[in-house]
Design a protein around this ligand. Structure first.
Ligand code: PEP
Length: 263
């Protein structure tokens, strides 16, 4: 297995578990993750719980990583209600989710804005997880590959001298929070296309960038998806809100990683 593409299982809590419940959830996840050291596990609490969750994890001596769900691209200033990349770092985040479809759809984020945020994240030493994915009508119109190409190229064009892209998450919008999961074959087709685009940009990017699948992943459907050649992990919403359900996905990723080591 390419060590740069160790499996990653990331939990996006969205606007949930923002208080003491977030600390309980994170320490519950950390207990499961500690038994599966071939998987990188990450949780993304709301802003209000970032510092407390980071603190609880370090008290527990856990190496679970903490991500923010969004950020502003400016460093500081008159942006009421916004939070910058360096503030997230101070709160204990090492990752940030950018361009989630809920940000794009509900808050009007554009490809260009996502690219701007990615540059600011790198500048502050935060690793981005850049989300891309098509709407249902785009899939039905046969535009899936064109849409993800447009979204990915916007960030690739901004990469400049950065050695890596962080992580890409392919999240078909019609699969997010709907219970409708992409088939492993359909997801793999898009992931292979994304890897091809990364390879066109640079051989290293194609070889080493982790591409996560997101959209109604849970313990019962994770194996088919995570077993695909170009699916390096999962970004999980609903099923990340219970430590045992999220733990099942971590267990599946760990089992597949062990099998791959033996093959
Ligand atoms: C997400 O919000 O990134 C996500 C994949 O949600 P869910 O797992 O609930 O579909």
């Amino acid at each position: 297995m390419n060590p740069a593409r160790r499996p990653m299982i990331a939990g996006n809590w969205k606007m949930n578990a923002g208080g003491a419940d977030g600390c309980d959830l994170a320490t519950g996840v950390a207990r499961v993750a500690a038994e599966h050291d071939s998987v990188d596990v990450l949780v993304a609490p709301p802003y209000t719980a970032l510092a407390a969750v980071s603190h609880a994890l370090s008290e527990d001596k856990s190496d679970l990583a903490v991500a923010a769900q969004n950020m502003h691209f400016e460093e500081a200033g008159a942006y009421t209600g916004e939070v910058s990349a360096s503030m997230l770092k101070v709160a204990g985040a090492s990752w940030v989710i950018l361009g989630h479809s809920e940000r794009r759809q509900l808050f009007g984020e554009t490809d260009e804005l996502v690219a701007q945020k990615m540059t600011a994240a790198f500048g502050a030493g935060l690793a981005p997880i850049v989300c891309i994915g098509e709407l249902l009508e785009e899939r039905e119109a046969g535009q899936t590959l064109a849409v993800v190409t447009r979204q990915l190229k916007a960030v690739l064009d901004e990469l400049g001298g950065n050695p890596g892209l962080g992580v890409v998450a392919y999240e078909p919008v019609w699969a997010i929070g709907t219970g409708k999961v992409a088939s492993p074959e359909d997801a793999q087709e898009v992931h292979a296309h994304i890897r091809g685009l990364l390879s066109e940009a640079s051989a290293d990017l194609g070889r080493d960038t982790r591409i996560l699948y997101g959209g109604s992943m849970k313990g019962t459907n994770a194996e088919g998806l995570l077993g695909q050649a170009d699916i390096d992990g999962g970004l999980i919403g609903g099923a990340s809100l219970k430590a045992d359900g999220f733990g099942k996905i971590i267990e599946v990723a760990s089992k597949l990683a062990q099998q791959e080591k033996k093959d």
